[in-house]
Design a protein around this ligand. Structure first.
Ligand code: IPM
Ligand code: MN
Length: 348
């Protein structure tokens, strides 16, 4: 069989612990008959920064480019000033590798617990996916401070939305919607206030939508979207939105679909000109790091997304089924990170 070259970035906090379980599952899923999986670990995050002052050296970025995909745990640590690792490691990876589709599924599996009264607010279940733009918006770092620290301080963070960037992510969201059963796409924005960007997004959805007559569309302001995400989450099929709105609503989406410990994501370059990067939606959770308390399920589901992206559809489905089976029987018992990883591995 062929081979898979995976770069592994455990990162900070619980990152290395959950990634270790993800790797166990990856090798069990691919098995002896499958592709030969080789993994290379890269030391990025707080440890490296403290030791060397480096965040993402060019040489590491170049090596990462040579892989088929990247599996990442989490980046961010309270011993490093806020923003240094986020702006120095995670965002440069997403930007340099042109991960313009940040794909975040929200699916409530049987056995997972939603804080919502699901029988009442989503009798047909919760199963939607957020296509979050990953390379633009207020994340680009186009901002600055004037007269910092004075009573006349001015801080700006300019949200950059290009027609090129909006169009490609909107087209990707439409094609994902077209491949799903309900074929429905919701644009989430705030065009009543962010009139420039909002109208660009709206016009683009209208224009690209002409290529997808089978997909129905609607629009929600982001504030209203947070209401419906909690009162009527079953209405959503595919959501497309900008980088910051997508960041915020995918935490709500994770919460309603069983918790942040289950939420997987892919930073995807659909053209496959660069390796895509798969990571749990959660952060480094320094408060529970090293205690075996972190749930590796989000990382394991991210491994399933990685396999799917690399065309290993069958292995991807088996990982997801193993997770679903584990969740269905999970109950209230408390298990360690390793125990959960082992139990899911054993089902493969
Ligand atoms: C996420 C995280 C990141 C983001 C941070 C750590 C930069 O919150 O992946 O959702 O805002 O994208
Ligand atoms: Mn986030």
């Amino acid at each position: 069989a062929d081979s898979l070259n995976i770069a592994v970035i455990g990162g900070d906090g619980i990152g290395p612990e959950v990634v270790a379980e993800g790797l166990k599952v990856l090798s069990a899923a691919t098995g002896s008959a499958g592709p030969k999986v080789s993994t290379t670990e890269y030391d990025l995050g707080a440890r490296r920064w403290h030791a060397t002052g480096e965040t993402l050296p060019d040489s590491v970025l170049e090596e990462l480019r040579g892989h088929d995909a990247i599996l990442l745990g989490a980046i961010g640590d309270p011993t490093v000033p806020s923003g240094v690792l986020e702006r120095g490691v995670l965002l440069p990876l997403r930007f340099a590798l042109d991960h313009y589709v940040n794909l975040r599924p929200a699916r409530l599996y049987a056995g997972a617990t939603s804080p919502l009264a699901v029988e009442r607010v989503a009798p047909n279940g919760i199963d939607f996916v957020v296509v979050r733009e990953g390379t633009e918006g207020p994340y680009v770092g186009n901002g600055g401070g004037l007269r910092v620290g004075t009573p006349h301080e001015i801080a700006t963070e300019v949200s950059v939305n290009t027609r090129f960037g909006v169009e490609r992510v909107v087209r990707d969201a439409f094609s994902r919607a077209a491949a799903r059963e309900r074929k429905h796409l919701t644009l989430v924005h705030k065009h009543n206030v962010l009139t420039h960007a909002g109208h660009l997004w709206r016009r683009t959805v209208e224009e690209v939508g002409a290529e997808f007559p089978q997909v129905s569309t609607d629009y929600l302001h982001v504030d209203a979207a947070t209401i419906f995400l909690t009162t009527d989450p079953g209405r959503f099929d595919v959501i497309v939105t900008d980088n910051l709105f997508g960041d915020i609503i995918t935490d709500i989406a994770a919460a309603i679909a069983g918790g942040i410990g289950l939420a997987a994501s892919g930073n995807i370059n659909p053209e496959r000109t660069t390796p895509s990067m798969f990571e749990p939606v959660h952060g480094s959770a320094p408060d529970i790091a090293g205690q075996g308390k972190a749930d590796p399920t989000a990382t394991i589901l991210s491994v399933s997304m990685l396999l799917e992206h690399l065309g290993r559809t069958e292995e991807a489905a088996r990982v997801e089924q193993a997770v679903a089976a584990d969740l269905a029987e999970r109950g209230a018992a408390t298990r360690t990170t390793t125990e959960i990883g082992d139990a899911i591995t054993a089902r493969l």
